[in-house]
Ligand binder design. Structure first.
Ligand SMILES: CC(C)(COP(=O)(O)OP(=O)(O)OC[C@H]1O[C@@H](n2cnc3c(N)ncnc32)[C@H](O)[C@@H]1OP(=O)(O)O)[C@@H](O)C(=O)NCCC(=O)NCCS
Length: 176
């Protein structure tokens, strides 16, 4: 049986956090202690978790971070999807797209005005397959106020319920 949950991170049990860090470690192998340390240092109380369970066991997850972006000078609330991870034994069964659809649904429900994520070239085709679209004109303002464009191998993918193209997107923070 497959179950998908969209929940506030603050409601997630420590044992589930450990299980999700083990899934992350399958793809970014830094060791469980390092994963847990990173998780606790980089989690905000209002982060959300989309997690997939098969017969009660977690098999995939992503995090949604609440962000503000600017599109052509207008501030929008945004749902930023990060850490998209499917456990190695469960890849290729549609779970990745299912979770991306949950983010799109979150945006369609009005919980954010735009969904976006950042990825590298090798993941771009996967996100396009899930219906997300690349944005060409993106700049990033880091925490010290320095602005730079995306680099050649970096991509920003969006899901936009209005269906309009998005130009002139500015992201904020120390991303990538
Ligand atoms: C990338 C990842 C999230 C995909 O999840 P998944 O559950 O294996 O993918 P799905 O089964 O939902 O695939 C959906 C479609 O995308 C395609 N697809 C999957 N990975 C792809 C890739 N890397 N490139 C191109 N297409 C891809 C699938 O073939 C499938 O297409 P189909 O329906 O025509 O067969 C997963 O493999 C993963 O966790 N990878 C390691 C971590 C990672 O790189 N995360 C992304 C960080 S930005």
């Amino acid at each position: 049986m497959l179950e998908i949950k969209n929940t506030l991170l603050s409601d997630v049990s420590p044992s589930l956090v450990t299980a999700l860090c083990k899934i992350k470690d399958m793809h970014w192998p830094h060791g469980l202690d390092s994963q847990l340390d990173w998780w606790h240092r980089n989690s905000d109380a209002d982060d959300r978790l989309v997690a997939l369970f098969e017969n009660g066991a977690p098999v995939a997850f992503l995090r949604i971070r609440n962000r503000v972006v600017t599109v052509n000078g207008h501030e929008l609330t945004a749902a930023c999807a990060t850490e998209v991870s499917v456990s190695t034994g469960a890849q290729g069964r549609g779970f990745g797209c299912l979770m991306l659809d949950a983010v799109a649904q979150f945006v369609r429900n009005g919980q954010a005005e735009l969904g976006y994520l950042l990825c590298e070239h090798k993941q771009k085709a996967f996100y396009e397959r899930c219906g997300w679209k690349p944005v060409a004109d993106v700049e990033i303002m880091d925490s010290s106020g320095v602005v730079r464009p995306l680099r050649d191998h970096e991509f920003c993918m969006i899901c936009n319920p209005e269906g309009d193209g998005v130009d002139g997107l500015t992201l904020y923070g120390d991303v990538f």
